[in-house]
Design a protein around this ligand. Structure first.
Ligand code: ADP
Ligand code: MG
Length: 159
């Protein structure tokens, strides 16, 4: 993968990770899918919380661990999936695939690797790693979704 297509960022606090999520959200085309991959407490929900701010979501943002999905309004502002407890991919289909991955609302998917086959082929992949108590390494793969110049735009959000 070329350097242009992938960039790693280091965040030093939850607020930093939220800022990165917010900046990423600002670059997303309508209906973009963001697959978040990383252990418990690696910061997936934190990043989604930042993105939600950008989409005007006023509700608190938490992992929908038991319900699998949160749909935030007003209107279809943003979809948030958490597949941690997914037992089979049918459960995702039962939620309504078309609605989850619609052309209008962005969709953020925690534990996306649990339903890798269901993820649209055009998507952003975000890998999160715990490096220290407050440090996370967050690697973003464009997947042909983000506009040119995206790595610098995200870098700026962390300054
Ligand atoms: N740089 C950081 N980015 C994100 N979270 C961090 C960071 N440093 C510490 N944390 C802590 O790690 C936890 C991340 O939780 P969360 O976002 O819910 O993770 P996940 O959804 O991946 O399980 C929170 O308790 C948060 O305070
Ligand atoms: Mg989470």
């Amino acid at each position: 993968m070329s350097a242009l297509e992938s960039r790693a960022f280091t965040t030093q606090s939850p607020a930093d990770t939220e800022r990165l999520g917010e900046a990423l959200a600002a670059l997303l085309p309508p209906g973009a899918v963001v697959a978040l991959i990383g252990d418990l407490a690696s910061g997936k929900t934190c990043l989604v919380r930042g993105a939600a701010r950008r989409f005007g979501v006023e509700r608190d943002v938490h992992s929908p661990t038991f319900t699998l999905v949160n749909q935030y309004g007003p209107g279809p502002a943003m979809v948030h999936l958490d597949l941690y407890r997914l037992e089979n991919v049918e459960e995702v289909l039962d939620l309504g695939y078309e609605e989850l991955f619609s052309e209008s609302a962005p969709c953020f998917v925690e534990w996306a690797e649990r339903a890798a086959g269901l993820m649209p082929s055009t998507r952003i992949a975000v890998n999160l790693e715990v490096v220290g108590d407050n440090t996370r390494r967050i690697s973003i793969e464009n997947g042909g979704v983000l506009p040119p110049g995206w790595p610098d735009a995200l870098e700026k959000a962390l300054c």
